[in-house]
Design a binder for this molecule. Structure first.
Ligand code: FAD
Length: 485
């Protein structure tokens, strides 16, 4: 069976649903989503729960550490399973890319257009009419204790973490409505459908179809049936690993990988699957004196953002924030709090590829020595915060905690042992100068060496911003149709 559409969007996640909504203004749109569609409006659990059923994740394994790296699966993609932490990053994140059309002044209009900021929507660097509500929840007693420690340590209080250039302490910016996570399933899918986009859940694109180097559509399977969808243009929004996997299966990627897979090359691009990026985090778990000090809600309380004193390294931004483990791990006692030490400007890079035996992912967290040294500094500051709170009787620290390693070398080894993913996988189809060896997509998001094929999701990020990656992924999807059509 063959279906024809003007625009085929592959992946109905953070970027894909925005791309579909905007493409619908230019003609017919079909969205293929490998996971489920739970309907409009999303059920209560989809807004308020954080340990979701297995069906809502693609699970990848980091070969080096054995850690499982989840990715969202189902309508809304990552925005359905994430914590709704909503940061944008700093202007210098985007300006440093050096990609024409993707500096801060170019990206800001899209960041504004997708949001409706409940507190600061009237400011020139915010939007008040977009589909994603941005809000800041009231701090609880633990958050207030963290703020008091930050004040005493000399960190400035700020009102809005998304004010350009802001560094200091405030409650998280979050994408929530009535306290519930409001991603693209809740916020964008209804509008995309109303605009005419046809969303097909439980449908996986298995390969792109080319006529020479022109992408003419995709083959997809659903419930054991295979279908060919012919399209005027194809926008791949399958996420940081789904996108390179589909390109590799379709003949777009490094020559040796395609050769080993037995796939005829359409466009030989060394950068497909390279440049894996993520923010490394180390968790310092303690117990809060009583569970009433922190609400049973995920990341949404106090957040400290600051830069390390290493100007030569350029804006080495760090985050420290507490959150309750229980919403994610229902077996965790309600008093257990993770203080996160996160490095937001990592240099480490990993890789993702396919072999005849399957996927090979190496995320590479803290493999760069400078990253490891920076993480040690951030962990020491987090430990100082915890010790201050312990002195005030707010938290208790377990004996022999891993971060109490004395020497830098010992703590470096400990950080490398415990480091985990902040779930911000990106960069596997990097956007950039078409003449550079590792570029996969041009600044207009077209895949090099092809026509009619675009990538628009977290995989195009050339360098990961100093922020959680949901809002920028949405903004990339939002911008894609105006660049591609
Ligand atoms: C557990 C977790 C927590 C996170 N927490 C936060 C947070 O609090 N704040 C934040 O800003 N960011 C967070 N992130 C990151 C953020 O959600 C992602 O960066 C963002 O959702 C990526 O958007 P995307 O459009 O690139 O991909 P996704 O949103 O992952 O969308 C890709 C979609 O494509 C589908 N797909 C894949 N392959 C195919 C195929 N072959 N055919 C059809 N469909 C396919 C997938 O099922 C998925 O729905 C988190 C991520 C995770 C996994």
């Amino acid at each position: 069976m063959t279906t024809v559409t003007d625009t085929l969007v592959i992946g109905g996640g953070s970027a894909g649903l925005f791309a579909a909504l905007r493409a619908a203004a230019h003609g017919s749109v079909i969205v293929l989503e490998a996971g489920r569609d739970g309907g409009d409006p999303p059920p209560h659990w989809a807004l308020y729960e954080y340990a979701l059923p297995d069906a809502y994740y693609h699970r990848y394994t980091d070969l080096a550490s054995g850690q499982v790296m989840p990715q969202g699966r189902g309508l809304g993609g990552g925005s359905t399973v994430n914590s709704a932490a909503a940061l944008r990053g700093q202007p210098w994140c985007y300006d440093s890319w050096g990609v024409p059309g993707w500096g801060w002044d170019d990206v800001l209009p899209a960041l504004n257009a997708i949001e409706s900021d409940q507190q600061f929507g009237g400011r020139p660097y915010h939007g008040d009419a977009g589909l994603i509500p941005i809000t800041r929840l009231a701090p609880g007693p633990l958050d207030e204790a963290v703020f008091a420690w930050c004040d005493a340590a000399g960190y400035p209080a700020i009102a809005d973490h998304n004010e350009p250039g802001a560094l200091g302490h405030a409650v998280w910016t979050t994408n929530r409505r009535d306290g519930g996570r409001w991603g693209t399933w809740a916020g964008v899918a209804p509008a995309a459908r109303a605009a005419g986009a046809e969303i097909r859940p439980d449908t996986t694109a298995t390969r792109l179809i080319f006529d020479g180097t022109r992408c003419t559509g995709a083959e997809a399977t659903s419930a054991g049936e295979t279908e060919v969808i012919t399209a005027g243009r194809v926008i791949v929004c399958a996420g940081a690993y789904g996108t390179p996997e589909l390109l590799l299966r379709s003949g777009v990627g490094p020559r040796d990988v395609l050769g080993a897979l037995g796939v005829a090359p359409v466009s030989v691009l060394a950068g497909v699957g390279a440049n894996v990026m993520d923010h490394p985090w180390c968790l310092l778990n303690v117990d809060v004196r009583d569970a009433g000090m922190i609400e049973a809600r995920p990341v949404s309380g106090a957040l400290l953002r600051y830069e390390l004193d290493d100007p030569a390294a350029g804006h080495v931004e760090a985050e420290i924030f507490p959150w309750q483990l229980r919403p994610y791990d229902l077996t965790s006692p309600p008093t257990t709090i993770a203080f996160t030490a996160a490095l937001m400007a990592p240099r480490s890079r990993g890789s993702f590829t396919l072999t005849p035996d399957g996927r090979e992912l190496r995320v590479g967290l803290l493999t760069d020595d400078a990253d490891a040294a920076h993480m040690v500094t951030i962990v020491r500051e987090t430990a100082a915060m915890i010790d201050g709170l312990a002195k005030d009787g707010v938290v208790t620290v377990p004996d022999g905690a891993w971060w109490q390693a004395g020497e830098d070398a010992e703590l470096t080894a400990a950080c490398r042992r415990v480091v985990g993913t902040y779930n911000h996988h990106s960069g596997t189809c990097r956007m950039g100068d078409p003449g550079a060896a590792d570029t996969v997509v041009a600044p207009d998001l077209s895949v090099l060496g092809t026509t009619g094929l675009y990538v628009a999701d977290s995989s195009v990020l050339p360098v990961i911003p100093r922020a959680n990656t949901n809002l920028i992924s949405m903004a990339i999807g939002y911008r894609a149709p105006s660049l591609a059509i």
